[in-house]
Design a protein around this ligand. Structure first.
Ligand SMILES: Nc1ncnc2c1ncn2[C@@H]1O[C@H](COP(=O)(O)OP(=O)(O)OP(=O)(O)O)[C@@H](O)[C@H]1O
Ligand SMILES: [Mg+2]
Length: 226
């Protein structure tokens, strides 16, 4: 299989002694390039922890995560913090529950920030397309605090998409959206995968949303179940 992300025997332990929690127990997964992989499982089963680890945002207690980009392979678990941060700007897109928008930057500058930091050119046509599809055209000069929660979420989605990363990770991306806005995001994701072969990994509680994807990873008690 052509995998963008390969994780082997990921274990994540929080705390120690009686307070020890194993959020992940020897999880091995492969994320297929050009596909939409959904992650499902009960609350507390380790979905967010898995996403943070696969995206290089946090390190596992043990195990390895490899990102394949073109002909290069990057071992996210052994890179320096700086190299991991650089990869996260352009090769890995994230849409997490806390949107992490920069409060003093307007919508457009937030969307462009990862490319600016990486000194990369902005594809204005692609930006226009994303912004229009996400219904943000009239809000580009607004600051995050002037937006609704759902609009902030869509800004975070636009920011993740613009660099055309190898893979985009999204944690409950439709969780704060009404059914219509949620449906727009899901159809856009589907089109991005079909039209641009954008690889997506999406955590969701909604079986209908998971069904829009190509593969499903099911988690329980920190492990992947068949
Ligand atoms: N920083 C932390 N310190 C201690 N335990 C943690 C920490 N973060 C997560 N956990 C524990 O790890 C387990 C997995 O948490 P995680 O957030 O990955 O679950 P989840 O599947 O995303 O749940 P939800 O659907 O509620 O978002 C939980 O038992 C949680 O309490
Ligand atoms: Mg979670």
């Amino acid at each position: 299989m052509d995998s963008v992300i390969s994780a082997r025997k990921l274990t994540k332990r929080y705390g120690s002694g009686d307070a020890t929690v194993y959020a992940l127990r020897e999880v091995s997964v492969d994320v297929a390039r050009g596909k939409w992989t959904s992650i499902m499982g009960p609350s507390g089963s380790g979905k967010t922890t898995l996403l943070h680890t696969l995206s290089g945002l946090s390190l596992p207690t043990s195990g390895a995560v490899t990102l394949s980009s073109g002909h290069k392979r990057h071992d996210l678990t052994s890179l320096s913090e700086n190299r991991r941060a650089a990869l996260r700007r352009t090769n890995i897109g994230v849409v997490f529950q806390e949107f992490n928008l920069v409060p003093v930057l307007n919508v457009q500058d937030n969307i462009r920030l990862p490319l600016r930091l990486a000194h990369r050119k902005i594809d204005k046509d692609y930006e226009q397309e994303i912004v229009t599809r996400l219904g943000l055209g009239g809000r580009l000069k607004h600051l995050p605090h002037q937006l609704s929660g759902g609009q902030r979420q869509r800004v975070a989605i636009a920011r993740a998409l613009l660099p055309r990363p190898d893979v985009i990770f999204a944690d409950e991306p439709t969780g704060n959206l009404d059914s219509e806005a949620g449906e727009q995001v899901l159809s856009m994701f589907r089109e991005l995968v079909d039209a641009y072969r954008q690889t997506l990994v999406v955590v969701t509680h909604d079986p209908a949303a998971a069904d829009r994807g190509d593969d499903v990873i099911r988690m329980r008690d920190g492990q992947v179940v068949a």
